[in-house]
Design a protein around this ligand. Structure first.
Ligand SMILES: Nc1nc2c(ncn2[C@@H]2O[C@H](COP(=O)(O)OP(=O)(O)O)[C@@H](O)[C@H]2O)c(=O)[nH]1
Ligand SMILES: [Mg+2]
Length: 297
């Protein structure tokens, strides 16, 4: 077994196996390596160049296929987080927990959503490790209609929604407010009949959204999609929106962590006192109202 210190050293030297090991540690709930690494990486430089994109949509819409194509075409290093729902999807084989050494050197990681909606609780931390490792592009694949997409928007720079012709997804998403969270749409499977109708519908309802017609299976329009993502990021950057989103998610994360620390410390310090008060209430020697008042002091 390598020591923590060794793992971190190797991570900083660009060892992808050390990255993988550290992700496992962080995934298990230990933030220490993340804090240590953030302090040692020239963070501002890393963050300025990495783009994090949430790719969301129904199961079978072609998200994994699309991601595979983007990896092939991306000039930089790509990190992928595939958030698995409990049931394995057809994309499992493509986006398994393995290291893919294509021309662009991508790292793909599957994480389970652990029953907590469609987003793993540790997605933010894993994405941060990928960012600090020096990825140029991070793609986070999520499934689910509803809360999942809402949560993903808080973790990424921009959200790409993958729709397919005549699936009716757009109607369902319209109702749940997901369309409002999307920065762009990939209308995938445009090799299928009926794509025009869906495309026109989307164009009419969302004139301001970037909509790219794709055929992920054939690898068509993938350069166009990559370009669109970059354009979207540039536009958001110009408006100061990218920075705002990034600051918001760091703030939320660190606030939660600090609160957690504080609560743990207080509970530890006052464990005996709490137990004593609880026993008094249980015996009828103290009212619950007084116990609450006393613990506040
Ligand atoms: N006809 C067609 N099929 C596609 C296209 N893209 C993906 N698929 C197929 O759709 C199925 C689901 O794709 P997958 O990438 O696993 O979808 P995911 O569940 O959203 O990740 C697979 O059988 C793919 O081969 C496309 O552009 N056209
Ligand atoms: Mg998939």
């Amino acid at each position: 077994m390598d020591s923590r210190e060794e793992l971190i050293e190797r991570f900083l030297e660009g060892d992808i196996r050390a990255l993988s090991r550290l992700i496992s540690i962080v995934e298990d709930g230990d933030d220490a390596p993340l804090h240590e690494i953030s302090e040692r990486v020239k963070e501002k430089d890393e963050r300025a160049k990495c783009l994090t994109v949430g790719i969301t949509g129904s199961t079978g819409s072609g998200k994994s296929t699309l991601i595979g194509q983007l990896i092939e075409r991306s000039a930089g290093r790509v990190g992928v987080i595939a958030i698995d729902p409990s049931s394995p999807s057809s994309g499992g084989a493509l986006l398994g927990d393995r290291i893919r050494m294509g021309p662009s050197r991508a790292y793909i990681r599957s994480v389970s959503s652990r029953g907590g909606g469609s987003i793993s609780k540790r997605t933010y931390e894993i994405a941060r490790l990928l960012e600090l490792f020096g990825m140029d592009l991070i793609l986070i694949e999520t499934v689910g209609a509803g809360q999942g997409e809402v949560a993903i928007a808080e973790l990424v720079d921009l959200v790409l929604l993958v729709l397919t012709p005549e699936s009716g997804d757009e109607i369902q998403y319209l109702k749940s407010g997901i369309m409002e969270l999307a920065d762009g749409i990939a209308l995938n499977k445009c090799d299928l009949d009926g794509w025009e109708k869906t495309y026109i519908y989307l164009r009419n309802w969302y004139p301001d959204l970037k909509i790219v017609k794709t055929k992920a299976l054939e690898g068509e329009e993938m350069d166009e999609l990559l370009r669109s993502l970059q354009e979207l990021a540039d536009e958001l950057k110009k408006k100061g929106e990218l920075q705002k989103r990034r600051e918001k998610r760091v703030k939320k994360w660190i606030e939660e962590r600090m609160k957690g620390e504080l609560i743990a410390r207080l509970l530890d310090e006052r464990k005996d006192e709490i137990e004593e008060l609880a026993e008094k209430v249980a015996r009828g020697d103290l009212s619950s109202k007084k116990a609450i008042q006393m613990v506040r002091i």
